[in-house]
Ligand binder design. Structure first.
Ligand code: SAM
Length: 279
C-alpha cells in the first residue's frame, strides 16, 4: 500500500475547516486513532460501519486494521477526501453521503458488523438509543465503539447509587455490557472541544427472558423523570407498578437511582406478565 498524505494536508487541500454546526472536532494523532480502532478487537476482514468519518482519520485507522468500511458522512465537503481514501484501499471503503439518523445502517452494512463513530454528542446519543432499543436481540451489530463527552460516557456505564445512573445506564446495561475503553483528552482534537471525551465499548449480552424493551423504557422514563421522588410517587402513572414492587419486595419509598438494573428488569418482567386489562 502506498503511503497517504498527512491528514492536515488533505484538510488544507480540500478546504475542510471544521464546522461548528456539524460538531466537527477532528483527530489527527495516528497512534491514538489506531488505539481507538483496536477497541472492537481484531478487525481484519470484519465489516465496520463508521458514522461521521469527516476527513477520514479514524477511517484510515480502521482500514489499516484490515476492516471493510462503510462510512456515512453528512458533510458533502468531506467526500473528495474520502474518495481518495477509497482509491487507496480498493474495494474496502464505501462512502454514503447522508444523515446517519436517516440511513438504514443495517442494510448499508449488509446485515451485520461493528459500529465505530466519533460523533457530535446529540447525534451520538440518539443513534445509541436507537441501536440499544431494537426489538431483535442479539442485534444486527456486533459491537459499538463510540466517542462521547466524558460525562455522557459515564452516564452509559454508571452503577446504581451514582449521580450519573439513569435511563441511559439501564438501557445500555440490561442486555449489553458497557465499559469506558479509554479517555481522550480534549487537546487531542482540532479544534479542541470544551470538555473531555471517552470511548465507550458496548457488546450485546444475553437478553433477560420475558421483558419488552418498551416496558423497561416506560418504567425508567417514569422513575428517572422524577428521580428525587420515591418510587411510589414517580411510578404512579405506570399501571400495576405498585403491585409489582410489592410482589418483588422492592420498597416503594426508595428512589430510582437506588434501583439496580436487575431490579428494573424484574419489575418490567412482572408488568409484562400482568394479564391485559379486560375490554
Ligand atoms: N471521524 C472524524 C475524526 O475522528 O476526526 C470526524 C469526527 S467529527 C467529531 C464528527 C463528524 O460527524 C463530522 O465529520 C460531521 O460532519 C459528521 N456528522 C455530524 N452529524 C452527522 C450525521 N447526522 N450523520 C453523519 N455524519 C454526521
Amino acid at each position: 500500500m502506498s503511503s497517504l498524505p498527512p491528514l492536515r494536508e488533505v484538510i488544507a487541500r480540500h478546504g475542510l475547516s471544521a464546522s461548528k454546526a456539524l460538531g466537527q472536532n477532528f483527530l489527527f494523532d495516528e497512534q491514538l486513532l489506531d488505539r481507538i480502532a483496536r477497541v472492537p478487537g481484531p478487525l481484519a476482514g470484519e465489516r465496520v460501519l463508521e458514522v461521521g468519518p469527516g476527513p477520514g482519520g479514524l477511517t484510515r485507522a480502521l482500514l489499516r486494521a484490515g476492516a471493510e468500511v462503510v462510512a456515512v458522512e453528512r458533510d458533502a465537503r468531506c467526500l473528495p477526501a474520502l474518495t481518495e481514501l477509497a482509491d487507496w484501499a480498493p474495494g474496502r471503503l464505501r462512502v454514503i453521503e447522508g444523515d446517519a439518523l436517516k440511513v438504514d445502517a443495517e442494510r448499508a452494512l449488509g446485515g451485520s458488523g461493528h459500529i465505530v463513530a466519533n460523533l457530535p454528542y446529540n447525534v451520538g446519543t440518539a443513534l445509541l438509543v436507537g441501536w440499544l432499543t431494537g426489538e431483535a436481540w442479539p442485534p444486527w451489530w456486533t459491537s459499538l465503539t463510540l466517542m462521547f463527552q466524558k460525562e455522557v460516557a459515564e452516564r452509559i456505564v454508571a452503577a446504581p447509587g451514582s449521580e450519573a445512573y439513569g435511563r441511559l445506564a439501564v438501557l445500555a446495561q440490561w442486555r449489553s455490557s458497557a465499559r469506558i475503553a479509554m479517555n481522550v483528552h480534549r487537546s487531542a482534537f482540532t479544534p479542541p472541544p470544551k470538555v473531555m471525551s471517552a470511548v465507550v465499548h458496548i457488546v450485546p449480552a444475553e437478553a433477560p427472558a420475558g421483558v419488552r424493551v418498551a416496558t423497561l423504557e416506560r418504567l425508567t422514563a417514569a422513575a428517572f423523570g422524577q428521580r428525587r421522588k420515591m418510587l411510589r410517587q414517580s411510578l404512579k402513572g405506570v399501571p400495576d407498578a405498585a403491585e409489582a414492587m410489592a410482589r418483588l419486595g422492592i420498597d416503594a419509598t426508595r428512589r430510582a437511582e437506588t434501583v439496580s438494573v436487575d431490579e428494573f428488569v424484574a419489575l418490567a418482567r412482572v408488568l409484562d406478565s400482568a394479564p391485559s386489562p379486560r375490554p
